[in-house]
Design a protein around this ligand. Structure first.
Ligand SMILES: [Zn+2]
Length: 163
């Protein structure tokens, strides 16, 4: 379970000065993480296979800088994100390979692909990183494993937007 806070994409945000991983006050370091805007739609990808048309995605990346963390925690957080990215791509490739090579009907191919596209999302819910963000066109949702951090973040940022 993560503690989620959504803000408009355009709003500036401030992080409280506690480690996002271990909750230690005034950590000596900061982490920088890259997130991709979720333009990729599993449904559209599946319809691509069914209709055999080209589906083309250009993900927009957003860099979130200055995430407070101790140097050790920042390293852990980064490697967790790297691990999740690698696993996601591996699963997508397996899903695509299965969909292409299995001698099954086109509808089953689409079903296989959709299942594999959703797996990475499920994995990141089961093994959530200390800090994650989901970015869509208008909102950015911050997902924190630490409730303390999430509450402090909320105090710092949501007071302005709820008026
Ligand atoms: Zn820490």
């Amino acid at each position: 379970m993560t503690h989620d806070i959504s803000l408009p994409t355009k709003q500036n945000f401030t992080f409280p000065s506690i480690c996002v991983v271990c909750e230690k006050p005034n950590p000596e370091s900061q982490a920088e993480l890259t997130f991709f805007e979720h333009k990729f739609s599993a449904v559209e990808a599946a319809s691509t296979i069914v209709t055999q048309t080209a589906y083309h995605v250009e993900p927009t990346s957003h860099i979130v800088k200055g995430v407070p963390a101790c140097s050790e925690c920042a390293k852990k957080l980064k490697s967790h994100h790297t691990w999740l990215t690698v696993v996601s791509y591996a699963l997508w490739l397996i899903g695509i390979a299965l969909a292409v090579f299995l001698p099954i009907e086109i509808w089953w191919k689409a079903a296989v692909l959709i299942a594999f596209l959703f797996l990475p999302g499920i994995i990141s819910v089961v093994f959530p990183p200390a800090f994650n963000a989901t970015i869509s066109k208008d909102t950015i949702t911050f997902e924190f494993a630490s409730e303390t951090f999430a509450n402090e973040f909320k105090k710092l940022n949501q007071t302005k937007s709820t008026e």
